[in-house]
Design a protein around this ligand. Structure first.
Ligand code: KG4
Ligand code: ZN
Length: 337
């Protein structure tokens, strides 16, 4: 029954979690507010905030788990991809902690962790997917359709050829002056809007790949044209604009996902990553699942955006494989599975 301390610091959330086997005991997240005024994550400020947050966050995770640090059997940490300065804080902390307690280190890929978040158990009745299943990973930096045959046997069926879905949503929010991160704001405003009011073209990309830069540009040009006639166009149509751009992006995401499900014959589908917190994506996928008789796995909100519990579950499966990391491993900024 290994107890694993997990650390996540790849972007702008400092998080620590404690798991016993696949069961979560605590999951603390300090979200950095300092970036809001800049309209995006400022890497240098993120590293400094991680340095301030890391010790109190780890301390809270250990206390809330009701354990002593001597009970911990291994330290799992996000090695990459992410911002180098941010990763360095978590990686260095994890290494020092493992040396101080003389326990092994487990390195975790942030994207694999998002996907494996579906295996976190909160109690004995938690239901987890069975292999094979397909996961749509939608975050601020990635948009991928992944076929999981085993915990670490992940085949990427589709990828974005330019912007990620979350990036496109954040940019749409930015041109409407809605603040950062735009995803949750658009989600909220879209609830009172008409998703079919405005149409934006989705590109014709082969296979399971995505492209979001064209949607972003078409949204930008549409607003620019409308603002010529009516300078208050955005304010007067804010709910419909949010609902329509969200509908455009979500429909595109689901169209390719549906194609992948159909072609592979897989019957279980999951979503993961920050954009999987989107209420429209969640409800549309639930509908689609009912229609197609799929088992649909939608993560709890706390496991959608960056968190250390997902690093802990990925770390647990690696621990079972005796897949330990060397103390000399550097973080990496790019790279998949
Ligand atoms: O997974 P994540 O926390 O960080 C990365 O690994 O990138 O994803 C962050 C992204 C941002 O683009 C943010 O706007 C988006 O997730 N996001 C949402 C929602 N909550 C977060 N997008 C749409 N609707 C939401 N409710
Ligand atoms: Zn993430």
């Amino acid at each position: 029954m290994p107890i694993i301390l997990a650390i996540e610091s790849s972007c702008d959330d400092t998080s620590a979690a404690v798991l016993q086997n696949d069961m979560i005991l605590s999951n603390e997240i300090a979200t950095q507010k300092v970036h809001q005024q800049y309209g995006g994550v400022v890497p240098e400020l993120a590293s400094r905030a991680h340095q301030q947050n890391i010790i109190p966050v780890v301390d809270a995770a250990i206390k809330n788990a009701g354990i002593d640090k001597k009970d911990i059997n291994a330290v799992a940490f996000t090695r990459g991809p992410g911002l180098l300065g941010s990763l360095l804080v978590g990686v260095s902390f994890a290494k020092s902690f493992s040396q101080a307690l003389d326990i092994p280190l487990v390195e975790v890929n942030h994207l694999q962790a998002h996907v494996l978040s579906h295996f976190i158990k909160e109690n004995d009745s938690s239901v987890v997917p069975k292999f094979p299943f397909i996961c749509l990973l939608v975050s601020g930096g990635h948009t991928q359709i992944i076929l999981l045959k085993d915990y670490f046997d992940m085949e990427i069926l589709g990828n974005t050829i330019d912007d990620a879905a979350g990036e496109a949503i954040d940019k749409a929010a930015k041109v409407m002056d809605l603040g950062y991160p735009g995803g949750p704001i658009i989600d909220k405003l879209a609830k009172d809007g008409d998703p079919l009011k405005f149409k934006f073209a989705t590109p014709n990309i082969k296979g399971y790949d995505y492209s979001f830069s064209g949607i972003k540009t078409s949204f930008l040009y549409f607003l620019r044209d409308q603002l010529v006639d009516n300078p208050n166009f955005i304010q007067e149509n804010i709910n419909d604009l949010c609902a329509s751009i969200q509908h455009c992006i979500v429909s595109f995401l689901l169209k390719k996902l549906q194609k992948a499900m159909k072609d592979t014959g897989v019957r279980q589908v999951a979503i993961a990553g920050g954009v999987s917190a989107n209420s429209y994506l969640r409800s549309q996928l639930t509908e689609l699942g009912k229609k197609n008789k799929w088992d649909v796995f939608i993560p709890k909100f706390q496991f959608c955006t960056d968190n250390a519990a997902m690093v802990g579950i990925a770390g647990f499966f690696k621990y079972l494989n005796n897949d330990f990391a060397d103390i000399s491993l550097p973080p990496y900024t790019r790279g998949m599975m």
